[in-house]
Write a protein that binds this ligand. Structure first.
Ligand code: AMP
Length: 478
């Protein structure tokens, strides 16, 4: 089946062709004709399956007919995070090149004045995070009574972040007669309830088993000894021997992200970092550097794990096994996107064993274990192989290996807590607790999640933004 068989307009087919897509993905095949027919839809699909185009493409054709009206957006897409909202906006730009549709992005951390101005003249598509949208509502700056098409994207992530009450409220502000599309990687009971309440006889599509991993990704567990020092050493060895074009290295803690990035830089790698403690402009700038190739390694916390669509990530490294097994699926899903192949390595020290067991239980597969040869494997603490032997392509270290004296790691190692202590006991771990961006609201009623644990220390798992919104977040996107 080709894109031409799906009922899309010639203008869209040109845009799709220009995007380089030869064939629709399974979710696109199943969703696009139904959406064009005006049906409600539940799409159970992960990022990486082409789900964004599955709703953006038919929306462009639907909205291509009709006129914009001041203050009243004609369609609304709800996204859990600013990064995802910005990504969907990029998709609209890309696929909508041959249409004249207006779009506004309404996300936290961006000055509201400019966003309100865009809305006043009327938009065809409003892409918003729920918190910011509710803010505008309460100020009477927006009307959703002309909004006949609603997309709730990443619904399970919305649940994680405590957004479901907001979404319920937003749904009641839209006309009853409308088309609603809901996408979610999984279908927990709360999301099912939401769908039952707000969708009308939806077509249900499931393109991948929830929490299944992509077959294009080669996965390996790398056995290492305990401790951050050993892991850093093993990681450098892997980076040196693998054909790394671009890599995202995930870690459970912000402190580890920072320290690992510092250590990698010291060893001559072109790395950067992204985690929830960073200012929004700094996060975007770091992502931009990664996308442009100014750096080729991004050390990240799970805040960055979901949904980010960065082309050509050849490798994902898990510096530690994630506490929540579904985070593993999301992490490794940053590689092997759009049909490409990718490689995911997870460093496994004895303290990771429990988390690995949960991952294997969730994905229903046993991941192959490998051992590294040489010093990183023997772990005598006197590695001669501190710097990458070679990193090809954009992975070339910026500094020569001579920088990497074995002793260089020692002071860092002293600062680093032993891994066993660093890992919170199970009951203290954030149980899929809200990881809100700054405008997340506390959950309520039947969808109440475990309250987000207040962490005073800097060493907590990365839940996104901690505490109230600092002033620095008020900036304007260019
Ligand atoms: P998504 O699941 O929406 O995050 O999309 C994942 C990636 O697949 C994005 O980089 C899209 O540009 C790409 N993509 C979407 N549709 C197709 C297609 N039909 N063929 C190839 N790549 C696609």
């Amino acid at each position: 089946m080709s894109f031409a068989d799906l009922g899309l307009s010639d203008e869209l087919l040109r845009a799709v062709n220009d995007a380089g897509y030869s064939e629709p993905t399974p979710i696109q095949k199943q969703a696009i004709p139904s959406v064009l027919m005006g049906r409600d839809l539940i799409g159970i699909a992960q990022t990486g399956t082409g789900k964004t185009a599955a709703f953006v493409l038919p929306m462009i054709d639907i909205l291509g007919e009709g006129r914009t009206r001041a203050l009243m957006p004609r369609s609304l897409i709800l996204e859990p995070t600013r990064e995802l909202a910005a990504q969907v906006a990029e998709n609209f730009d890309k696929y909508g090149v041959n249409h004249k549709l207006s779009m506004a992005l309404l996300i936290g951390g961006v000055q509201m004045g400019d966003q309100v101005k865009a809305l006043q003249s009327g938009v065809d598509v409003l892409i918003a995070t729920p918190g910011r949208l509710m803010d505008l509502f309460q100020r009477g700056k927006i009307l959703l009574t002309g909004c006949n098409l609603l997309v709730i994207d990443e619904a399970d992530r919305m649940l994680d972040m405590g957004f479901i009450p907001d979404i319920e409220e937003i749904c009641t502000k839209l006309p009853k007669q409308r088309q609603t599309l809901l996408f979610s990687a999984t279908m927990p009971p709360v999301i099912k309830k939401l769908a039952d309440k707000f969708l009308d006889n939806p077509k249900q599509i499931e393109v991948a088993r929830p929490a299944s991993t992509n077959i294009n990704i080669t996965q390996r567990l790398v056995e290492v000894k305990s401790g951050a020092f050993e892991k850093r050493k093993a990681l450098r060895q892997l980076l040196g021997q693998e054909d790394v074009a671009t890599a995202i290295i995930f870690s459970n803690r912000k402190t580890t992200v920072r320290e690992l990035n510092k250590s990698l830089k010291k060893h001559g790698f072109r790395s950067g970092e992204i985690h929830g403690d960073m200012e929004q402009p700094a996060r975007l700038a770091e992502l931009d550097k990664f996308k442009k190739g100014d750096i080729n390694i991004l050390v990240a916390s799970d805040v960055a794990a979901r949904g980010l669509d960065i082309k050509g990530v050849s490798h994902v490294f898990n510096f530690d096994a994630p506490w929540h097994p579904d985070d593993y699926v999301h992490r490794i899903g940053r590689t092997g996107r759009g049909g490409a192949t990718g490689t995911a390595y997870t460093l496994v020290a004895p303290e990771d064993a429990e988390n690995i067991a949960e991952i294997e239980k969730l994905t229903g597969m046993k991941i192959e274990r490998i051992k590294l040869s040489g010093d990183a494997a023997t772990s005598d603490g006197k590695s001669r192989d501190e710097a990458p032997k070679r990193a090809r392509g954009r992975g070339k270290p910026a500094k020569p290996a001579a920088d990497a004296a074995p002793a260089a790691d020692a002071p860092e190692e002293q600062e680093q807590r032993p891994a066993r202590q660093a890992r919170a006991p199970r009951e203290e771990r954030p149980a899929r607790a809200p990881r809100p961006e700054r405008d997340a609201r506390p959950p309520r009623n039947d969808v109440r999640e475990e309250p987000r644990r207040q962490r005073q220390d800097d060493d907590g798992p990365d839940d996104g933004w901690n505490g109230p919104v600092p002033d620095f977040l008020n900036f304007t996107l260019g």
